[in-house]
Write a protein that binds this ligand. Structure first.
Ligand SMILES: NC(=O)NCCC[C@H](N)C(=O)O
Length: 408
């Protein structure tokens, strides 16, 4: 019998993208109110219909280049066709949403188990509003105290940023411990997809990190530079300890990997992950936000018995050059050489490009100066609309979880 070809395979940032997981924004976005804006990690309230059109445009741009799009919600529905899995997932979700009264908790579980897998999927993502649940009599103190909060189950408006809950690295999967409560369920569900969906081929896919680990790490901080090196941002969202843990697991489970480059970026919301200031666009090219370039610190991590050995590096460019075995690396500054434009466009994710092949990237069309600069450096730029999508503070890279890339 021939050897099974691994479905998950991401050995670079730029190899031709063959399979990607997306989530089309849905009702969950219509549950953001000004009061809960910041807790839900938004700065503004998007217009859903336009956002969906823009997202469909993104998916079309990917398909047009030969990439298969898998939707998170479809995979979730698939696994819940197994009644046991559905029950287990319902219990775990409900037990983690902080309902004070155990009787009420049981009622919510029963309510969900009665629903079809499509309906449960929608509730897991859009949340369960109290008005959508049969009237209950308040009994416990907690029922009164929490009555102002509108949801039994929180909505997940950030789910369309599929980059963050998990990352395929080589043939392994890293399932992240999210930094904020608002995004925890995204990663819990991803673990179920890994456990039960055939495309994740659990038996041949090593788990490199688990959401039950206590140190936070998010996918926007992980860049797969090559078959043997990854870079991980140490950021507002990703802790140094998590970087060490993932590094140790990676060295143990995939012998191709011999080094990890940790990149410290300023701990600030506008730069929340490494990929909001730096992405790889070609074999030897990166786009970078010039406003932070001098403040990025690089550390080289190699194998150590209990934790990785740390080497403090001189600068990021030389570190990348060495790690990739290149004679030169081009850092393309976003914003077209103007400080103000660069800052404005970075806020709108100019540096959050998604490479779909070597030297070909998807970006938002609104970042005109940065796109022009990329073109001047020989990059093919595929533009998409993003006026509503951008309001969640993420670009094409954040909105995609690559599952398979061709080897380069
Ligand atoms: N990789 C990324 O930079 N993702 C963007 C995530 C935006 C989302 N509103 C968040 O704050 O988590």
């Amino acid at each position: 019998m021939g050897e099974k070809i691994p479905f998950l395979d991401v050995s670079s940032e730029i190899g031709k993208l063959k399979g990607v997981m997306l989530h089309r924004p849905g009702k969950e976005l219509e549950r953001i109110t000004p009061e809960y804006l910041h807790a839900l990690l938004f700065d503004d309230i998007p217009w859903l219909r336009r956002m969906q059109e823009e997202h469909d445009g993104f998916a079309e741009a990917l398909r047009a280049r030969g990439c298969t799009v898998y939707y998170y919600e479809k995979l979730l529905e698939d696994i819940m066709k197994n009644k046991e899995v559905k029950k287990q997932l319902v219990c775990e979700v409900v037990e983690n949403c902080g309902v004070a009264d155990p009787e009420l908790e049981d009622m919510i579980k029963e309510f969900l188990i009665e629903k079809t897998e499509k309906e449960v999927t929608e509730i897991f993502i859009a949340g369960l509003h109290k008005k959508d649940f049969p009237n209950i009599k308040k009994k416990r103190l907690g029922d009164y105290i929490k009555e102002e909060y509108p949801f039994y189950i929180n909505p997940l408006p950030n789910l369309y940023f599929t980059r963050d809950p998990g990352a395929v690295i080589g043939n392994g999967l890293s399932i992240h411990a999210m930094n904020t409560h608002a995004r925890e369920r995204e990663t819990m569900i991803l673990k179920y997809l890994y456990d039960f969906h055939p495309i994740f081929q659990k038996e041949s896919t090593p788990l490199l990190y688990d959401y039950s680990y206590k140190n936070p790490i998010e996918g926007g901080d992980i860049l797969v530079l090559s078959e043997g090196v990854i870079a991980i941002g140490c950021s507002e969202r990703t802790s140094a300890r998590a970087i060490e843990d993932l590094t140790m697991n990676l060295f143990e489970k995939n012998k191709n990997f011999k080094e990890v480059i940790a990149v410290q970026i300023p701990f600030k919301r506008s730069y929340m992950h490494l990929d909001t200031v730096l992405t790889m666009v070609d074999y030897d090219k990166f786009t970078i936000y010039p406003g932070v370039e001098d403040r990025l610190k690089a550390f080289r991590l190699t194998y150590g018995k209990i934790y990785p050995k740390v080497e403090v590096m001189k600068d990021l460019k030389t570190t990348f050059k060495k790690a990739l075995g290149l004679s030169a690396v081009d850092f393309i500054q976003s914003g077209g050489g103007d400080e103000v434009t660069a800052a404005r466009e970075q806020w709108n994710d100019s540096t959050n490009t998604l490479a779909i092949a070597p030297g070909v990237v998807i970006t938002y069309n609104r970042n005109e100066a940065s796109n022009e600069t990329l073109r001047k450096h020989g990059i093919e730029v595929v533009e998409i609309e993003g006026s509503e999508l951008v309001r969640g503070r993420g670009g094409p890279r954040c909105m995609s979880m690559p599952l398979m890339r061709e080897k380069i």
